[in-house]
Ligand binder design. Structure first.
Ligand SMILES: C[S@@+](CC[C@H](N)C(=O)[O-])C[C@H]1O[C@@H](n2cnc3c(N)ncnc32)[C@H](O)[C@@H]1O
Length: 249
């Protein structure tokens, strides 16, 4: 028996995590701009409009509009891609697949645009909106093969935990956009957030963790080290990986 069919529904969430928080308290408070140099600004103005995620009715429409075969191409989403190093590396490794990157920090978006230009990538589309809006309005139902959420903002203060991205209501929404059998890859260097993720996901009926006899998963095979991971390792912190599967029903 798997988690998918033996779990009570998430009406009895764990004590510490993810409960009673509406989707509303979004992690980013408005779009983060930061310092944008003239070259980054030019890339945002010239390249971004062409690469924005199109609105389509379904997965096949999205992949077809993007020149991909819906029967063969996989559709990946990275939420909070930072400077885009991971996303651009995966897109380079898998030219036949299609990648959606969502990031509210425009300096990071400009960084991804630079990587797209350097590697002449044609398989990435971008949204600079909050991921809750993107999931609701631009990602078709049951369309994603894999979702990466690596080093999400940890919001370590107790009073800020409600701003964490991983919440039951967020997972409710994400589950509707993942294909049955699709994967959710999580990573964090904050032990408390790692535990929080385990607790929220353990209480969610739509997600199963195949290796749940072990507390964490090994680093995924196609892993790419990011700036945030590098900083964590340099500071002597460990990285916790968690891999979940979207249940079939
Ligand atoms: C700590 S960084 C990690 C970046 C990258 N994944 C890495 O490993 O280097 C988290 C990123 O998520 C973005 N982010 C946070 N909440 C978001 C949201 N609701 N929608 C879109 N992006 C978000 C932030 O702007 C930030 O760049």
């Amino acid at each position: 028996m798997t988690h998918c069919d033996d779990q009570p529904p998430h009406d009895s969430p764990p004590e510490t995590a993810g409960k009673n928080h509406p989707v509303a308290p979004l992690t980013p408070r408005g779009r983060k701009k930061g310092k944008i140099g003239p070259q980054a600004q030019a890339r945002l103005e010239q390249m971004l409009p062409e690469l924005l995620l199109p609105r389509t009715a379904d997965r096949a429409g999205l992949l077809t509009s993007w020149g991909a075969d819906p029967e063969r191409a996989r559709l990946f989403l990275e939420i909070g891609f930072g400077n885009g190093h991971g996303l651009a590396t995966w897109a380079t490794r898998h030219p036949q697949d299609r990648f959606i990157g969502v990031e509210v920090f425009l300096g990071g978006v400009a960084g991804l645009l630079w990587r797209i230009q350097q590697a002449e990538l044609t398989n990435i589309r971008i949204s600079t909106q909050d991921v809750h809006v993107v999931l609701r309005e631009a990602i078709p139902s049951a369309s994603l093969d894999r979702v990466f959420i690596h080093f999400p903002d940890p919001w370590p203060k107790r009073g800020h935990h409600k701003r964490r991205l991983i919440q039951t209501e967020f997972l409710d929404l994400l589950a509707t956009r993942l294909r049955p059998g699709g994967q959710l890859s999580l990573a964090t260097d904050w032990p408390h957030y790692a535990q929080w993720m385990q607790e929220v996901l353990a209480g969610h009926e739509k997600f199963d963790r195949p290796e749940r006899s072990k507390p964490f998963d090994p680093e995924p095979e196609d892993w790419v080290e990011t700036r945030f991971q590098h900083k964590a390792l340099e500071a002597g912190r460990s990285v916790f990986h968690l891999l979940y599967t979207r249940c079939a029903t």
